[in-house]
Design a protein around this ligand. Sequence first.
Ligand code: MG
Length: 177
Amino acid sequence: MYLVSFNHENTNDWIRTLDLESTDLDYKFSVMHKVHELLIDWKGKAVRDINAHTWQTFKTIYRALKPNYRTDLQNANVQRQKEWDTDSQIGPLFRAVELGGEVGEILNVVKKLERERMGIAGSRDTIEHLEQEIADGYISLGLIAMEYNIDVPKAIAKKFNSTSNANGLKTKLIIPV
Ligand SMILES: [Mg+2]
């Protein structure tokens, strides 16, 4: 059973109207959302019965339009480290310690939020601060991945799906091309 609106002819008409050169992030998100909808059936499973031509077209759209976490964060990390660590002294051990520090900062904020929730005396913290520390954690993970040339979005999708498979769960991520 496939999504009622999944129809190769209509889909191809829609594809022809797309602006693959757009740099508008909201536009990219809306197109990718539609592609995602088209690739998922009503039970939330990935649609496998797509003809080769349509599949290639989707891949082209995906490459052209995806808001690219890998390119944006990973390239920015590489670029910024050239400014920051001008002699390229930093290596994986530093990155691992850095990540541990950032995870500790996340946990410390959560501890204080939990303390407030339970009404126990002591210092407080905010969700805004948690947001910043979670961002630091993601950036640190990206920096470790950078040391080993790991494609983070692809690694996440593959591992997420293998865990779903191992536990008989239907929720899957689309693996980036
Ligand atoms: Mg931090």
